[in-house]
Write a protein that binds this ligand. Structure first.
Ligand code: AMP
Ligand code: GLY
Length: 424
């Protein structure tokens, strides 16, 4: 059987790697893929990104189903295009992807369906936005309505920062159309967790929980990034909290989308803020898997992902259960010099060891030219270690990180610190 994975990051490498382990797989195509998917004999990169051209490829190669990694093609309607041609694809339609592609859509959806989230208002008028900030005070959070590649959220600790963020988005148009409207919302304190499920339009299959690390530097200092590391499971999500998130957030979201006439299928990722009393609120929805959360989650998945994907596109996710490696998986992102503002390219990468039972290295911003593997993006690699405790998983991951070299590499030494603080 042939499968197509759309995207080029660490998330897509991990999805393709896992699907390729299925005994029924002939080829997993990755479009466009990266240096790591080029190196793996079971994967084949194809240099196509246009959705209609991908649909042509899928038809001519008889690809059985397509899995979409990133939000951009989903928001552009790749699922609509494939479905109109009768091709099986796992992901939300353009309309359903608005849960991620429009913060205003997501917030009004949550309000309408009584899903716990921060109080908010949406503005396109600059003066009204400034007045609202003065009325509410700081800290306060300013979010561009549209997709802004991780640059659209400003958590303002002072009024000055908040007004500056509004000017940047609404007056200076620095984020283009994405920032033509802004959501201004209440600041929520607490600990974040990533809660990701698979949805087939109706049925919900939760994946293992995880926690990301957004800041560039140790101790959660430095600028926000796409994510510098993640581990699974996240002990903050206790069984009781898991049940509550399903009941108060995930189920009403899936049912609400169906009720509103835009049924959701695909990965649904709720970014949660859990306050010190253990109450969860939704910070945001993503209509895809997280990156780097996917890498440790896939490292723990024991069930054949091809079988899961078949159930997902056939609407039978209620008939399967997932089996997980009981160990903790912990992924450390190695980023390029200059990331996140101006990542440097073309640094030679060396020392990546072959995967074994306890470690695997997923590629993101890498390119293979003949034998030369070089950096080609912000987040370069995600090294995943598995262990019986967070500490053991950390030891496995950093053991490999220390073998890998590229000039100017940046990584955190403390991935997993919140879990360690809880369990020693
Ligand atoms: P997002 O791109 O929406 O995930 O937001 C990026 C990050 O900003 C989140 O992971 C949080 O750390 C932070 N954030 C977003 N919304 C809030 C909020 N209402 N209160 C506090 N922090 C927030
Ligand atoms: N790691 C956060 C995200 O994928 O949005």
């Amino acid at each position: 059987m042939k499968i197509l994975v759309v995207g080029s990051g660490g998330r897509e490498h991990a999805l393709a790697w896992k699907i390729a382990q299925s005994p029924r797989i002939q080829t997993v195509f990755v479009a466009p893929g990266n240096g790591g998917t080029a190196l793996d004999q079971r994967l084949e990169n194809i240099n196509i990104t246009d959705p209609a051209a991908l649909a042509d490829f899928v038809e001519s190669e008889h690809v059985a189903l397509t899995v979409v990694g990133p939000e951009t093609p989903l928001a552009a309607g790749i699922v609509n295009i494939f479905r109109a041609r009768g091709l099986k694809i796992f992901g939300p339609t353009r309309e359903a992807a608005q849960l991620e592609s429009s913060k205003d859509f997501a917030k009004s959806f949550m309000q309408r369906h009584h899903i716990p989230t921060a109080e908010y208002q949406t503005f396109s008028d600059v003066a009204a936005a400034h007045r609202y900030i003065d009325q509410k005070g700081a800290p306060i959070v300013i979010k561009a309505d549209g997709l802004a590649a991780g640059k659209g959220v400003v958590v303002a600790m002072t009024l000055e920062e908040a007004h500056g963020a509004v000017d940047m988005m609404l007056s200076d148009n620095r984020l283009g159309d994405a920032g033509a409207r802004v959501v201004i919302e209440e600041f929520l304190a607490g600990e974040e967790a990533s809660f990701i499920v698979m949805v087939d339009g109706k049925n919900i299959l939760p994946l293992a929980t995880s926690q990301d690390h957004k800041r560039l530097k140790d101790d959660d200092l430095g600028p926000n990034t796409g994510g510098m590391g993640a581990y699974s499971p996240a002990p903050i999500v206790t069984p009781a909290l898991h049940a509550r998130v399903m009941r108060e957030i995930i189920t009403p979201t899936v049912q609400g989308m169906a009720k509103d006439g835009i049924p959701f299928s695909g990965f649904l990722y709720a970014g949660l803020m859990i306050d010190d009393k253990g109450n969860p609120k939704t910070l945001e929805f993503n209509c895809r898997m997280g990156d780097p959360e996917t890498q440790p989650i896939m490292a723990r998945l024991k069930t054949d992902l091809l079988v899961v994907m078949e159930h997902a596109v056939n609407g039978t996710l209620d008939t399967i259960e997932l089996e997980w490696d009981r160990r903790t998986a912990l992924g450390v992102v190695m980023a390029a010099a200059g990331y996140p503002d101006a990542p440097r390219k073309d640094d030679l990468i060396s020392g990546i060891p072959p995967e074994n039972a306890d470690t695997v290295t997923f590629h993101a911003g890498t390119t293979l030219n003949g034998e030369r593997l070089t950096t080609s993006g912000g987040r370069v690699l995600c090294v995943v270690g598995l262990g019986d405790s967070v500490k053991m998983a950390q030891k496995q991951a950093y053991g490999v990180v220390d073998l890998i070299h590229f000039s100017g590499s940046q990584f955190r030494r403390d991935i997993g610190w919140r879990a360690l603080k809880k369990h020693g």
